[in-house]
Design a protein around this ligand. Structure first.
Ligand code: ME8
Length: 641
């Protein structure tokens, strides 16, 4: 029997470009959808953009354009990003579409007609960035915990949804269905919210103040509150296409913890009032921090997914995100961690198994897939390690343990590498009498690679297809193919190609970070006390050769957006220096500037360009930079002592 899987991401606000957090939820749902498709399930994956409300209107105004032109442009930017990240959504909904607006109005009218929407006056503390009122208790030090901003007091005559009336019902739903909100910690958070009155929800805004929204069907002077509008996307996309019977009974939402209250309290009570059955699961993940700090525009540490995709490849980036976050918990992003993960799991374990297998196959069997001979206990153990995985992996995916699913596959890959070391095909190849044994071992490795490529396909679709092409498998695969061991065709040809996952040069990456005013240094700089390095002697200092130089050219780095390639004249010498000051200085500002150069620093390649020295700059706790120079003019090449 075919199972059905309908999963949604939040619809993202279009007041900012997509960042790693948006990418994480969307990739996660994409991976879940791809696993279910691989298992033969009937899948629908919905994402989209949230385009109404006060802050969108403000962002459009700041951009000097109309709200419609603005949302069209940013919504398209989300779609373009998802295309580049290999996102296979089935539906993309925009709240400005007429199909959505009509359904929001229908639902509102229904709830209004049954007396669950009333008119009244309300005053409270409002965070415009969250687009919602906060109770005193929810605030941290009087500030919105999401944005660290003081909410403003607002008082307005609005329409209210009688949410409080549904509180006992919602409490009972959560108590009787422990899996409704997962993981459990978030269910408990919502239960705690429901212990006290939740009040009624203001669901309108006066049109004269916020014109950018869906008009209330019975009162044209008010527009719909953005959350009441946005949450209905999950339903309106289906209903507008007659897909509700097929998918709604299976709906699972994926969100991060920032929007737990709207999804855990507003949404279920709205559904109840509208007579729409409750969702199956609300799956809540944690936050990606950046080097342990909250990501924010003002801190300047927003991580852009497309930059990482460009630097490391989409598949490796997707793998890292899923492997390094435990669903429900926060995780800290560090580019070095990403690079280390790629090297350890993908270049070393998986890449190595592929390279050594194809290498030996080429050497001993002209690259042709051999037949199995009789299997030994070790061969069977390898087979069982892989063929038992499809069910186990699907169980982990359904339980939202994506990290564990990947760890399990990688354990089997490590076991295959150990199998090669134990069976020593290179020894077998020396003895003609062991020819059948050699065939069996090489074939086992090929089957292991085939199974691994299927099990990892939802996470790394491009690279796993390439892997299969190298071992001579073309066409579509299904999950069940990984439950069987003898699926390759003996006698078919393999086609070794480029390494799937090139190793990342960690030293070069670390050097780039140092040059770029490294993120580690940035967080150190933010510490309140000065942190001193170990003491050095005058002799240590004398080892440094510092010289005066003049920047004569600043050119874009061919492989890194954040770096300048500077030409520095140091007396008679011309040096090339790769420098991470691009965010702080334009080329015009740099050319002609006197700088201090560390002239005897060992040359190092920084993202492919040889850097011959380093220029000195001071940096404050906010990350502001100032180049070190001279207070009066001295010729280039003069030594700084
Ligand atoms: O809240 N780590 O949109 P939004 C992980 N439009 N995920 C993160 C993240 C982080 N640091 N930052 C953001 C809205 N996200 C509303 C939703 S739904 C009916 C309306 C992800 O653009 C995560 O999925 O602020 C989070 O819930 C969502 O982006 C918030 O996106």
């Amino acid at each position: 029997m075919t199972a059905t899987f309908y999963a949604t991401t939040p619809i993202f606000y279009v007041n900012a470009e997509p960042h790693i957090g948006h990418a994480y939820t969307t990739i996660l749902v994409d991976v879940a959808a791809r696993y279910h498709r691989l298992a033969g399930d009937d899948v629908r994956f919905l994402t989209g953009t949230d385009e109404h409300g006060e802050k969108i209107a403000k962002a459009a105004e700041a951009a000097g354009t109309t709200p419609q032109a603005y949302v069209d442009q940013v919504s398209q930017q989300f779609r373009d990003t998802w295309d580049r990240l290999g996102i296979t959504y089935d539906g993309f909904i925009r709240t400005t579409e007429s199909r959505h607006q009509k359904i929001v109005q229908d639902v509102l009218q229904r709830v209004y007609d049954q007396g669950d929407i009333i008119y009244g006056e309300y005053g409270g503390l409002y965070c415009v960035k969250c687009e919602r009122y906060y109770t005193e208790k929810e605030l941290e030090d009087g500030k919105c915990p999401q944005h660290d901003l003081e909410p403003e007091y607002r008082s307005e005559a609005n329409y209210f949804f009688r949410m409080e009336k549904y509180r006992p019902w919602l409490k009972e739903q959560l108590e009787t269905n422990p899996n409704l909100i997962r993981p459990e910690g978030y269910r408990n958070e919502v239960l705690a919210m429901l212990r006290e009155p939740i009040g009624d929800l203001s669901i309108s805004r006066p049109k004269e103040r916020v014109p950018w929204g869906i008009p209330l069907p019975w009162d044209e002077d008010h527009v719909t509150y953005v959350w009441f509008d946005a949450l209905l996307n999950y339903w309106s996309d289906l209903e507008s296409q007659g897909l509700d019977d097929r998918y709604w009974p299976h709906v699972q939402h994926f969100i991060a913890k920032d929007i737990l209250k709207p999804h855990g309290v507003f949404w279920p009570t709205m559904l109840k009032a509208a007579g729409i059955p409750l969702f199956q699961h609300l799956n809540v993940h944690g936050y990606w921090l950046v080097e342990d700090r909250k990501m924010s525009k003002s801190v300047g540490n927003v991580v852009r997914p497309l930059e990482l995709e460009q630097r490391y490849g989409n598949d490796a980036f997707r793998y890292f995100l899923l492997r390094d976050m435990s669903f429900g918990l926060d995780a800290s992003f560090h580019e070095l961690g990403l690079a280390e993960r790629i090297n350890a799991d993908l270049a070393n374990d998986l890449g190595n198994l592929l390279n050594r297998t194809l290498g030996m196959l080429g050497k001993y069997r002209s690259g042709v897939v051999p037949s199995f001979g009789p299997l030994t206990a070790e061969d069977e153990a390898l087979r069982d390690a892989f063929t038992s995985l499809p069910n186990a992996v699907m169980r982990e995916v359904e339980g939202l343990h994506f990290d564990r699913a990947l760890a399990m596959v990688m354990e089997a890959v490590a076991a295959a590498n150990k199998y090669v070391s134990d069976q020593k095909p290179w020894e077998l190849a020396k003895d003609e009498a062991q020819s059948e044994r050699l065939d069996t071992v090489l074939r086992g490795c090929l089957e292991a690679l085939r199974c691994a490529s299927i099990l990892l396909d939802p996470v790394m679709p491009g690279k796993m297809q390439e892997l299969r092409a190298q071992i001579g498998v073309s066409g579509d695969v299904i999950l069940d193919d990984a439950s069987h061991w003898e699926r390759l065709e003996a006698g078919s040809a393999t086609e070794p190609g480029e390494p799937l996952f090139p190793r990342v040069d960690l030293e070069a990456l670390k050097a780039t970070m140092d040059v770029a005013g490294g993120s580690e240094e940035a967080s150190e700089a933010a510490a309140p006390a000065l942190e001193h390095k170990p003491e050095i002697t005058i002799d240590d200092f004398a080892k440094l050769e510092l010289r005066v130089g003049t920047i004569t050219a600043a050119e874009d780095h061919p492989n890194a957006d954040r770096l300048w390639v500077l030409t520095v004249q140091v007396g008679p010498e011309t040096r090339t220096v790769v420098s991470g000051i691009k965010a702080h200085y334009t080329a015009e500002q740099l050319v002609g500037t006197t700088v201090i150069l560390v002239a005897n620093l060992a040359p190092v390649k920084l993202r492919g360009v040889l850097s011959q020295g380093m220029i000195l700059a001071a940096e404050d706790a906010e990350g502001n930079l100032s180049l070190a120079g001279l207070d009066r003019s001295l010729p280039d090449g003069s030594e700084v002592r």
